[in-house]
Design a protein. Structure first.
Length: 119
């Protein structure tokens, strides 16, 4: 399911925006590092009801929904509600900027897998 990737791509995010790990919700972190190697960084992001992820940027990544539910999202295309299903996945080759908030009544959990380029 590619519900998020196409909707989130924007040309060039402001460099001062935090990445998903740095961004939180009202001063509280919502993502943790599960793995960080020379090849990949894997984040687990969890959102309790009414908790979100403040505006942030993404590098190219793959995402997987461990536990889905309805979210409010704001990005370059405007504001809307979507419902990522448990087990859904997406990918983004471009840079994305967005903010979300869990509008459901259960905790939502996502994996974000960011391949690193050889430098």
């Amino acid at each position: 399911m590619m519900f998020l990737a196409a909707a989130l791509i924007v040309a060039s995010p402001p460099a001062e925006l935090p990445d998903p790990l740095e961004a939180g919700w009202r001063g509280v972190k919502v993502c943790e590092v599960l793995q960080d190697t020379a090849a990949v960084r894997v984040l687990r992001c969890a959102f309790d009801p009414s908790v979100g992820h403040e505006r942030h940027r993404h590098a190219p990544h793959v995402g997987y929904v461990l536990q889905g539910g309805p979210v409010w999202i704001k990005d370059a295309d405007g504001e809307r509600e979507v419902e990522p299903a448990t087990g859904a996945s997406w990918s983004s080759d471009g840079v994305t900027v967005h903010e979300i908030r869990n509008i459901g009544d259960t905790t939502q959990i996502y994996l974000i897998i960011e391949p690193k380029t050889a430098g």
